[in-house]
Design a protein around this ligand. Sequence first.
Ligand SMILES: Cc1ncc(COP(=O)(O)O)c(C=O)c1O
Length: 384
Amino acid sequence: MTFSGEVYLDNSATTPVFPQVMSTMHKIMQDEYGNPSSLHRRGSGAARIIEAARRTIAELLCVSNEEIIFTSGGTESNNLAIMGIARRNKRRGNHLVTTLIEHSSVLEPFQQLEEEGFSVSYLLPDKDGLIEPSSVAEAVCDQTILISIMHVNNEIGTVQPISEIAKAIKARNPNVIFHIDGVQSFAKFPLHPHDSRIDALSISAHKFHGPRGMGTLYLRRGILVDPLLRGGGHEKGIRAGTENTPGIAGMALAARLSFQDQQQKMKQLNSLKEKLIAAITRDHPWARVNGAQGEGGAPHILNVSFPGLKGELIMHTLEEYNVYVSTGSACHSHKNDPSHVLQALKLDEQSMEGAIRISLSEQNTMEQIDHALAALNKVISSLS
Ligand SMILES: Cc1ncc(COP(=O)(O)O)c(C=O)c1O
């Protein structure tokens, strides 16, 4: 192997920050250190930066500025949307709906709400991780107040038909509030909450080359939430706490850069993924690709099982070749339990144990993929 660089293929866990984002954040930390709530010039300068960032995110989503709430990331946005909406709207009903393949930052708030007396329906996907719009509509009853479904699954890349699901739900009960965890899809797939009848949407900056610890919650005008953090009335009283000016500006810049040439980038990701699938299934015909493919699969996430091997061992051995992948979700990779997503697909024990996730970003090249595939071949033959 002549290639000597690093091949980072764990972009669904987090992405490297764009250099322009780093320098903008550095400059803001240096020059715009005022508290945005301060009434003097230092404060108003910082406040202007935050409002410009709000306009950027709002424009990219085609929504109004007032519908954008800044948070500390995808986890907080999901917690705020789910617990905030359910608690605030509980007089209207006590039934909630989600799926068995959500991220833990969605599942755990639902478990908390069950302890508070809500009833939750957890929908099972098909063998590829797809949720049928009709099955969501069937779960809706007069008592249903909130439904939360992810757009792109972080472990297997399956893309849910969000607009069709929204249509089916609203036809059944137009008052149901529909929340989307868009953490793995923002800046990759077109997401227009107004057109798709999405009422709330979570975004996380570090999944699109922005800073870690920054997120956004889109909340359609008129949707009421109970805040999780109370204090100084920031973010219209929905999310108290002095704003992270450099983080907010960094997130907006990363979003703007990610939206540039979006279709071209998606094409590039698709060809990298196709190359990976073709080579892996040719060289290891016993390997199994998990999750929906083609239209139903995201171009940046590939989950493959090597039954009989241990995913964790494959991951660590690839590290010796400077290739970084993961075993399913990074958030769960310190737990020994099999992935709840792969369990919901009803994979056999060996396929779950032997699964690795390869996740791509616009910064990956064909040369890197060739290097990763050559390394994977060596690793698999050494472990078999
Ligand atoms: C689908 C999904 N939702 C939510 C999150 C949590 O986002 P954050 O890391 O910004 O808290 C993640 C992170 O991996 C994710 O993949």
